[in-house]
Design a protein around this ligand. Structure first.
Ligand code: SF4
Length: 176
């Protein structure tokens, strides 16, 4: 049988978003993906499509201009998904904290699974964070699969009853 849990962990797709960083951490992400550090050895592919991504790598303190896009990208990603805050700015605002145009970290807007502090973060730390994200992704996938197993399909009789109940409810609503 096709084991989704196993394969999702082995070929996670990454979405990288700059929410207002100075580009320091973004360059380190690119370095981590280069042949020298070879993040791709974990099966990771850097993709630009949120609808096909499993891991959301975010840099930057979240500017007022980027916050809506951040939430939009997060909501477009299918579940299960893992969010990694890359750099001190993304974790807490970092050197930009309490500035007039930033939001002091992304966890005010989206849930964060892995925090990687550092200014700038090193490729080694990014790899470590992504490896943590892989384990979290595996656990979340398992939880989702278990929840699906608990879902019991209604029998034919229950299905008919449900249809009848909804028809009666529609009738009641119309009477009101
Ligand atoms: S943590 Fe440092 S290097 Fe990274 S985006 Fe912020 S200021 Fe730039």
């Amino acid at each position: 049988m096709f084991d989704l849990k196993k394969y999702r962990k082995k070929s996670p797709w990454i979405l990288h978003y700059n929410a207002g960083s100075c580009n320091g951490c973004d360059i380190e992400i690119l370095a981590a993906l280069s042949p020298k550090y070879d993040l791709e050895r974990f099966g990771v592919i850097n993709t630009g499509n949120p609808k096909q991504s499993d891991i959301f790598l975010v840099t930057g303190p979240v500017t007022y201009r980027s916050r809506e896009r951040l939430v939009e990208l997060y909501t477009q990603m299918p579940s299960p998904k893992v969010v990694v805050a890359v750099g001190s700015c993304t974790c807490t605002g970092g050197v930009f904290r309490e500035m007039y145009n930033v939001e002091d970290g992304i966890d005010r807007y989206i849930p964060v699974d892995v925090y990687i502090p550092g200014c700038a973060v090193t490729p080694e730390l990014i790899i470590d964070g992504v490896v943590q994200a892989l384990d979290i992704l595996e656990n979340k996938t398992k939880e989702l699969e278990d929840a699906k197993k608990l879902y019991k399909k209604p029998t034919e009789k229950e299905g008919v009853l449900n249809l009848r109940d909804s028809a009666l409810k529609v009738g009641e609503d119309e009477e009101d």
